[in-house]
Structure formats: C-alpha cells, structure tokens
Design a protein around this ligand. Sequence first.
Ligand code: ZN
Length: 316
Amino acid sequence: MNQKIKGLLAAFFSCALLLTGCSAPAANTNSANPEKNQLNVVATTTMLSDLSSIIGGDRVAVEGLMGPGIDPHLYQASAGDVSLMQKADVVVYNGLHLEGKMGEIFESLSGQQGLTVICIEKGLDESKLLAWEDDSSVHDPHIWFDVSLWEDAAKTVAEGLAQADPEGKADYQANLEAYLKELDETDAYICSRAAELPQAQRVLVTAHDAFQYFGKAYGFEVRGLQGISTDSEAGTADVSELANFIVERKIKAVFVESSVPRKTIEALQAAVKAKGFDVAIGGQLYSDSLGDVASGANTYILTVKANIDTIVDALK
Ligand code: ZN
C-alpha cells in the first residue's frame, strides 16, 4: 500500500479513536502468512470474512475487522484495524451504508494502486434491493438473508480476487462454483423449512429490521422493533404499537438477535404481557453477525440454517 493511502487511513482511524477511546482490537478469522505468499484480505463483517475465506481458499489470508456478535451499524474502528488495513492487498465491504462512516473511507480508497476494493453493493442489481424504511433513494443493507443475493456477493468476491491476483483466477472460479452449489442447497433447505408453517403463521418479529430480504425471499411478514439500523432506540410508542400487533395476530414467539442487546425484545415481551397476552422468546437469531465457534453457527450457511430452524420451531 502506498504512503498516501497509509496517511489517509491513519488520519481517519485516529479520528475514530479520539471519538471512541481505546477499544479492544477486533477478532480475526485467520492470520496472514507472508511466507505462503498469500493475498492479504481485510473484510468488515463476519459474513464477509467467511465468504472471502471460502472463495479465496489457500491463496488468501483473511482478517476480519468485526468479530462475532459485533453490530456493524455501531462499529467504530480500533487501533488494531489500522495495522490490518495498512498491510491489505484487498478490502471487502458490504456497502449500502452498513458500515456507516467506514464505507466512505473504503470508497475513497477505491482505485488506489496496489489495493483492490471489493464492494458487494456494486455487484447487486438495484432492482433487487429494498428501500431503507420509507426512503426509496437509500437501500436496506441486510442483503445476506436472501441466499440468492449472497450468491451475487460470492460472484463479486471471486471477480475482485481474480482482479487482484490474476494467476488465481481458475482457483477462485472453482471455489465459487462449488460454493454456489452449496448455497443453492441452503436456499432449498430454507424454503422447505418455511413451507412447514401455514402462511398465517409466517410472521417474524425481531429486535431490529434486519430481515426484510429474508421475508421477501421466503414469504414471511417481518416486523422489527428498532428500524433498519440499531443506531436509534425504540420509543415507548414503537413498543406499544408492536405489542398490539402481536396480541391482535396472536403471534406465538418473538426473537432476540445475537448482535442486539436482549433487553430490547424483553421490553416488548413485557408490553405484550401487560396487554394480557403471552408471547414467548423463540430463541436467538443471527442478524448482523455470525456466531462464534462454540455456537456451531460460525459460517454463513450454518447461520442461515440455524435461523430458519429457530424461527420455524418456535412459530409452529
Ligand atoms: Zn442490521
């Protein structure tokens, strides 16, 4: 990476650090090994770390900025991120404002010599994107919950890696094709599990509005207590309105999310109880982060399968 980029990064991240104080370095998925002559790939979310590792295979060493359970909407860059970014050959980020201000810095790095910037947003067909709440000019970033859109993301990563490392093109293509097959199977699994629920029971209530793409792809009505981002708290009016909806529709279960504090959904459960109805907490969904190794849901595929199992089992 050239000096100009380093300077730009250092300035950006030191601003972020001044604002946030010193936070612990983010967890990594992998360790770069220069002896193997691997491409150093830095990915933002856990989903993108997983995807980059799968498509890159042995040719890449992936470092993830965000560890399991981290909320990307609220993520602030740490000191550890600076050194990771400084040795990166490739940066992979979601875009669609998921990473907030960090997206702007990645955007500005695009086109710099010696660095390939892969933005998942750029590989998506705009007609498939959903609006961010009522604003049709901005899009909902949670595209990974529609497996067909994640297939598009996989193609974008394969293309970007081949651009950064043309000698590896055939390997990336082979890894992509194998993974697309697995994603097709995953999509079919989600569809078959969803089909176990009658249409009227396919209502998904969660802590924040991360599941709109999931709802559209698999036929669920989706309600989130907080909006599309977690950066503003739900007000009492929001809680009360959603509680009324749950009582009217006699919804059996609502769901907590791994990257959003549990109290958000517990407040909703209490409000439902105050109206004389009991709604269960149906379990924890992985929304904006994969699980850790101990959770058994530490890959994208395991995560989306765990989610549909949790949802269908609780709403049956
Ligand atoms: Zn989110």
